[in-house]
Design a protein around this ligand. Structure first.
Ligand code: NAD
Length: 480
């Protein structure tokens, strides 16, 4: 495959980095370089941030009403709808995700843009019922200014959309840095923002490494809000960087999400939910249901059905429609997965399925893997793998299930499988996580918020409050 060369998008222009340096991105299904991107440094970051600030202060952007901004977002949604296949193919090449998964994820983006477009002109302020006769006060929501978005490699378009759409709906401008492992689709998206008619400099995309371009962007004094999705350790750097300028932050981080299967659950549905929860995207999903907590009364039945189903997963090329699991996105992620297998074995977890690279000539593939663990204190039960490893453990009763579910540094998502409605609500109330799925897993909607408790981050994306998260609230007092 010949190397495709991409440029960054700054101030409405396609550009290389000032230094002329580039880096290459590898196709996970071949491990060969397929694309080359500018390697942005601090001077490129400054150029992008200054262009975003200039656009933020420009009459062209400021004079647009919220309704007009909503129309631009709607147009962008239409353009994405016309380009689903191109975007889905590109994302699959870039990060190795199955084409059927990228098609479905990209296919939902227009709905997401339409929903958020509709919120643009609904940021109503309030008139305050003051405890003073001679005064009145009201509130206004104003954009924060230049927003920085930092994106991981696993779902670049979706994780960008949930930042870009609300940031623009609220009247901000934005600089986005995709992961060095998957930058291509965001540059394609940049092209669509231009076609949609967003003024120059409103959307800027820079490409580069986290420790260089990412660090420069998140510590830039002109950036007023950072919307970050990525790993918990990286987030600690971002929090430190933001502290210098008190940039507002939202953090969508990792997880070790439990799926809790009670004795009265529909076992076949729960097995399907467990398999989709951990093996979709080869486990490289922030909401991967990586801990399977199974009631002892159905433990053996559930486990044998799980193994039976997981063993039949068809591993194959990401652009083959019949593949059910593709490669890991990076060589590093593959070695992380391999090291988890070794650690799990060393601490006495029982390997029941997988644990190896499959017999495929090239590509960073790994088998669907299932371990039975001894205790929730096991390394495999506590640390995020971000790969296709399910850790299974039995529980005796509801209170033990709850204790195990909450015994985690993370709190992003949880699945609860039961036919007992009261129990479902009790668990939903008591499990410490930002998303609870009952008798389903991974459902998403533009109307539903995403975000974590504990070390899974703070702030919420998507949903009705998502646009407010990109505003400052101002209170205006009048002496009557
Ligand atoms: P990562 O933390 O390595 O990288 C994320 C982004 O941060 C990349 O763009 C990277 O270049 C950048 N970065 C790295 N160092 C930086 C620094 N010092 N300053 C600023 N930016 C820096 O994460 P990843 O490996 O790309 O993605 C996997 C992680 O993302 C997992 O932990 C996963 O759980 C998490 N994730 C969370 C969600 C969610 O919504 N909660 C969604 C997807 C992924």
């Amino acid at each position: 495959m010949s190397l495709q060369k991409f440029q960054m998008y700054i101030n409405g222009e396609w550009t290389d980095s000032f230094s002329g340096q580039t880096f290459k991105s590898l196709d996970p299904s071949t491990t060969q370089a397929w694309a080359e991107f500018p390697d942005a440094d601090e001077s490129d970051v400054t150029r992008a941030v200054e262009s975003a600030l200039k656009a933020f202060e420009s009459q062209e952007w400021r004079s647009l009403t919220a309704t007009a901004r909503g129309k631009l977002l709607r147009k962008l949604g239409d353009l994405i709808a016309e380009n689903i296949e191109t975007l889905a193919q590109l994302e699959s090449t870039d990060n190795g995700k199955l084409i059927r998964e990228t098609r479905s994820q990209v296919g939902y983006l227009p709905e997401f843009f339409y929903y958020t477009a509709g919120l643009a002109d609904k940021l109503e302020g309030e008139t305050l019922p003051l405890d003073k006769q001679d005064m009145m006060a009201y509130t206004i929501h104003e954009p924060v200014g230049v927003v920085a978005a930092i994106i991981p490699w696993n779902s670049p378009l979706y994780l960008t959309a949930i930042k870009l759409a609300p940031a623009l709906a609220a009247g901000n401008t934005i600089v986005i840095k995709p992961s060095e492992h998957a930058s291509a689709t965001l540059l394609e998206l940049a092209q669509l923002t231009e076609e949609a008619g967003f003024p120059k400099g409103v959307v800027n995309i820079i490409t580069g490494y986290g420790a260089k371009a990412g660090a420069a962007l998140t510590s830039h004094p002109l950036v007023k809000k950072i919307a970050f999705t990525g790993g918990t350790e990286t987030a600690r750097h971002v929090v430190r960087n933001s502290a210098e300028n008190f940039a507002r932050l939202s953090l969508e981080l990792g997880g070790k999400s439990p799926q809790i299967i009670f004795g009265d659950a529909d076992i076949d549905s729960a097995v399907n939910g467990a398999v989709a929860g951990i093996f979709a995207a080869s486990g490289q999903s922030c909401v991967a249901g990586s801990r399977l907590l199974v009631h002892e009364s159905i433990y053996d039945t559930f486990l044998s059905k799980l193994l039976n189903r997981a063993e039949r997963i068809k591993i194959g090329h990401p652009r083959d429609d019949s593949s059910e699991m593709g490669p890991m996105a990076t060589a590093q992620q593959l070695s992380v997965v391999e090291s988890f297998v070794e650690k799990a074995k060393a601490e006495g977890a029982r390997l029941r399925l997988g644990g190896n690279k499959p017999d495929i000539a090239e590509g960073w593939y790994f088998e669907p893997t299932v371990f039975e663990c001894n205790s929730n204190a096991d390394y495999l039960m506590q640390e995020e793998v971000f790969g296709p490893i399910a850790a299974v453990i039995p529980f005796k009763d509801e209170s033990e299930a709850l204790a195990i579910a909450n015994d985690s540094q993370f709190g992003l998502a949880a699945g609860i499988w039961t036919r007992d409605l009261a129990r479902a609500h009790r668990m939903a109330k008591n499990v410490q996580s930002g998303i609870i799925w009952v008798n389903t897993y991974r459902a998403v909607s533009a109307m539903a918020s995403i975000g974590g408790f504990k070390n899974s981050g703070y702030g919420r994306e998507s949903g009705i409050d998502s646009v407010l998260a990109f505003t400052e609230k101002k209170t205006v007092w009048l002496n009557l």
